[in-house]
Design a protein around this ligand. Structure first.
Ligand code: 13P
Ligand code: SF4
Length: 292
């Protein structure tokens, strides 16, 4: 059986080196759609494995440990989206890829941090509710000035990026003066404003590839730092608390167990109810349609 191992940029180093494909949420979704392997194993958090299944409903999709759940994605439910629609009937609802599949099914379109600005700018609606990351929503709002973009829920954020403060950045800059600063749009606005470049994990990787700095200060999860240092030889400075415990649930041992099993262990299988799968597919396809 042909198996492809997909891994997010935040995975543990020992998992990254076992993967066939490394990338950000958008790249992994696109590669998942392109692969013709019988079995796709997603090393990341559960919403990423769900997206792989949405794009490959007829293939076996597995996650080595389904307890890997994104704390940000858990902030929003399909009922919340229905409530938003009642309160703001003229607004488009955009689901960040970091959402449960039921939320994607209720939304008009999905976006990732790599294409959120493009997706929102191409929507016909002037009012947009972006769930569930208010930091990403404020970044999109700044970059699409002709629309009103609000985040929901009001305190929706990624706990890992929210904990990166301007004083943390000040500390890193004093110990490593002159290094460019790269930030993920999930950082709070005040932290993001300190950055020279803002982008998805792979957009930060490509910035390093294209600009070839000796070193960078990276305001995102440490796993990306491992990949940049290993593949590009750039010295990466990250914060000691830039660790996503959800991403680290996947280990090399758990991955090895799935790779070596002839029949997938039941608990690793990703299955999605038919109606939800179809509606989520439409929202993901709308993202691909808007971004060409
Ligand atoms: P990317 O899509 O930029 O890889 O980000 C996913 C994520 O979970 C960020 O915290
Ligand atoms: Fe979710 Fe934040 Fe972890 Fe990304 S870093 S997977 S948004 S909890």
């Amino acid at each position: 059986m042909e198996t492809v191992v997909l891994a997010h940029n935040y995975q543990r180093p020992e998992v990254q080196v076992m993967a066939d494909v490394l990338g950000d949420s958008l790249e992994l979704a696109m590669r998942a759609a392109d692969e013709d392997a019988d079995r796709l194993i997603m090393c990341g958090v559960d919403f990423m494995a769900e997206v792989v299944k949405v794009l490959n409903p007829d293939r076996e999709v597995a996650i080595p440990d389904p307890r890997a759940k994104c704390s940000l994605a858990m902030r929003i439910t399909a009922d919340d989206v229905r409530e938003i629609r009642r309160e703001r009937p003229d607004a488009a609802v955009v689901a960040y890829v970091n959402t449960p599949v039921e939320v994607k099914a209720e939304a008009d379109v999905v976006c990732t941090s790599a294409n959120a600005v493009e997706v929102v700018s191409k929507l016909p609606e002037d009012e947009v509710v972006l769930v569930p990351d208010t930091n990403l929503a404020s970044w999109v709002d700044e970059n699409v000035p002709d629309k009103e973009v609000v985040g929901y829920p009001p305190a929706g954020c990624c706990p890992v990026h929210q904990a990166m403060t301007p004083s943390d950045v000040g500390r890193l800059v004093s110990s490593h003066p002159g290094l460019p600063i790269l930030a993920h749009p999930e950082c709070p606005r005040c932290t993001r404003m300190t950055a020279d470049h803002v982008g998805s994990t792979s957009q930060m990787y490509r910035w390093c590839e294209e600009n070839g700095p000796d070193g960078v200060i990276l305001l995102t999860e440490e796993g990306l730092g491992f990949r940049i240092e290993r593949e590009l030889g750039v010295n990466v400075v990250t914060l000691e608390h830039a660790v996503c415990p959800d991403m680290k649930v996947i280990t090399a041992d758990k991955l090895e167990k799935v790779i070596s099993s002839e029949r997938l262990p039941e608990y690793t299988r990703v299955e999605i109810d038919g109606d939800v799968l179809r509606d989520a597919q439409e929202s993901v396809e709308e993202m691909f349609r808007l971004t060409g």
